[in-house]
Design a protein around this ligand. Structure first.
Ligand code: ZN
Length: 156
C-alpha cells in the first residue's frame, strides 16, 4: 500500500512544481527561520505556499529568495529518497503534513545537501529539470505570508 501513494499523487501534483515547494521551504527556513509552509496549493501553471509569518516581505528579500532558489535549480542537485521507520522519522522530522496513510515506512526526500524532509509526493530526479523559477506575488494577512510562483517550463 505504501508504494501506491506516490502513484496516486503523481496525477494530482506536478513534480516540478512540487519539488520547487521543497526548495522554497528550505530557502525560507534559511533566510527567515519561517519553518516549512503549513499549506500548499500545487497546480501545474501556478502554485501558492502559505507560511506562518509576522510581516510582509520587502522586494529585495523576495529577489534574494528567488535568486537562491534559482541557484539551486541551476546547480542541478540530485533528488534522492530513502525509507526509515515512523519512530525514526518522528525523532528527526515534523510529520504534521504527512497523511496517516503514509504507513510505518516513511519516505525521506533529499535534495542534494540543501534540503531533507519526509514526503510522499512526486519529485524531479534532479533540480535542473525544474527550469526557471519566479515569484508572481507575495502577500501578508493575519499572520499568513502567501507566496505565489510559476515555472518557465510550465508556461510561466
Ligand atoms: Zn515532496
Amino acid at each position: 500500500m505504501v508504494n501506491s501513494m506516490p502513484e496516486l499523487l503523481e496525477k494530482q501534483f506536478d513534480p516540478r512544481m512540487h519539488s520547487t515547494e521543497h526548495l522554497v521551504n528550505q530557502t525560507m527556513i534559511r533566510m527567515f527561520r519561517s519553518g516549512r509552509c503549513f499549506s500548499a496549493h500545487i497546480e501545474r501553471k501556478k502554485s501558492k505556499l502559505d507560511y506562518h509569518f509576522d510581516r510582509s516581505l520587502a522586494q529585495e528579500e523576495v529577489d534574494e529568495m528567488v535568486k537562491r532558489v534559482n541557484d539551486i535549480i541551476e546547480a542541478d542537485l540530485p533528488v534522492t529518497e530513502e525509507f526509515v521507520t515512523r519512530d525514526e522519522a518522528e525523532r528527526n522530522y515534523n510529520l504534521e503534513r504527512l497523511p496517516g496513510e503514509a504507513g510505518d515506512r516513511i519516505r525521506i526526500v533529499r535534495i542534494g545537501d540543501y534540503d531533507v524532509c519526509p514526503c510522499i509526493g512526486p519529485h524531479v530526479k534532479s533540480t535542473g529539470e525544474i527550469g526557471a523559477f519566479r515569484v508572481v506575488s507575495t502577500s501578508f494577512e493575519k499572520g499568513v505570508l502567501r507566496i505565489r510562483y510559476k515555472l518557465a517550463k510550465n508556461g510561466g
